[in-house]
Write a protein that binds this ligand. Sequence first.
Ligand SMILES: [Zn+2]
Ligand SMILES: [Zn+2]
Length: 248
Amino acid sequence: MLEVNILGCGSSLGVPVIGCSCLVCKSDSPYNKRLRSSIIISQNETRVLVDFGFNIKEQLINSGIYHLDAAILTHEHADHLSGIDELRVFFYIHGKPLNVFILESIAPLIFERYKYLFDSGLLKMNIVNEFQEIKVNNTVFQLFPQIHGAIKSLGIRIEEFVYSCDVSSISVESEKYLYNTKVWIVDCVDYKSTIKHAGLERVFEWVKKYVPEKVYLTNMSHNIDYHEIITKMPPHIAPLYDGFKIKL
Ligand SMILES: [Zn+2]
Ligand SMILES: [Zn+2]
């Protein structure tokens, strides 16, 4: 069985946004509190973290998961990367460096910025290519590139589950990974798409094309009120909220 823990489903500023007095930021609802996008994928005893932004320490403590087999970085934006220093703790927990999978095109940049973590052996960098299949224990993670504005992010597929945070369009070579899925978690920053992110109208187009069984929206900004958007969804599409767990 595959389990996905949603550590966060918020966009780069999180929700609430500092200094914002919109209805979503002022909302008391826990469904409208969003830390930065991050998940843990578990299968049997294997646990892999995907992305580690500003909130990662709090997110890991909230999840109660203190054992990880690896971490995957989807792309170099700070809201996915900037908590990398917190992953040092797994060296102390496990007595060995955590394996972090990083795309080859950004590996030199990450290595230069966080040299002290890799040089000291606190983390182990594993360089991957865009279409790499990663095996962690017995779980296979198929990576594929997604267009995210001017850069690329990694999509991740495990069996019939796909995670696509931070994506604006899908290249022809990556489309095959989106067919025949049971659960697809996909970027939905707002109702309208932006240069870097899909919005709800694009998600609807993709759902029509790829026909996933169930779709969950992530990376949502404060322009999305959980209680409002959920009333506009067909039964097979739903917004995520932090702490939600998916089993498949
Ligand atoms: Zn706001
Ligand atoms: Zn991004």
